[in-house]
Design a protein around this ligand. Sequence first.
Ligand SMILES: [Zn+2]
Length: 266
Amino acid sequence: MNNIFRYIILSLFLFSGCSLIKEMFPPSPENILRNNDFNWEKDSSDNFYYYFETNSTASNKIGKIKSFLESNYADLLKLNGINLYQPKIKFFMLESKEKMELLFGYKTNGKSIPKDNATYSVIGKKTNALAMHEICHIISNNVLGDWSESWINEGLAVYSDNDWHGYNLHQLSNYFLEKDKIISFKELFNNMGSYNSLISYPEAGSIVKYIYEKYGLEAIKILWKEGSESMRKATGVKLEDLESEWKEEIKKFSAQNVKYNRVSAK
Ligand SMILES: [Zn+2]
């Protein structure tokens, strides 16, 4: 399958989640700021430039948004193994997925374009995608370089928020395990795009959390560059054994109170 076709297929699965798609020619931040369908306002803080529309949900709570991003920023740098990141990240906020579609041609809650140092998130009345996720993509991609497999890129971004729809990542993975919806490591590592992103994303986050907290950032860096084939090199443990270890760990997090009705679709 050629790459362009593969990205089109991926986009069909990911309309509701963060965008994994590497488009060939996304619009640049400069072009977006010149787009007459939008009425942009600007603001800034120590580490971000903010762009949002006049009278939008984001404009009404820009103070809270700035303090959320700045207060989580140092931890995000630490997660990526750095103390300083420059230049400031461009943080665009859109009122709805429909507005996102106007810019990029498809509906998504969030997307990041590392080469432009720019992220785009829906912060509106219906959807609030305010999180560190897209910012993590920008920093990880620019600091750690090209990633080998989607699960490590998305898993690290999910782990940067260390939460999914209000649930602990291990707790939610234990819920998938109990519901027989867990995706095997082999499938997740090789075919993440074919699975429901509302399962694959938090599960990838839980796996990255486990590896990061037990084997450290150096293990993550190896997996980032070389992929799951290098699991033994990264952790000293065979892939199948690591999968068993991880399952034992997530079982420690009771899924009894989880109410997550998004596990039906493949
Ligand atoms: Zn993502």
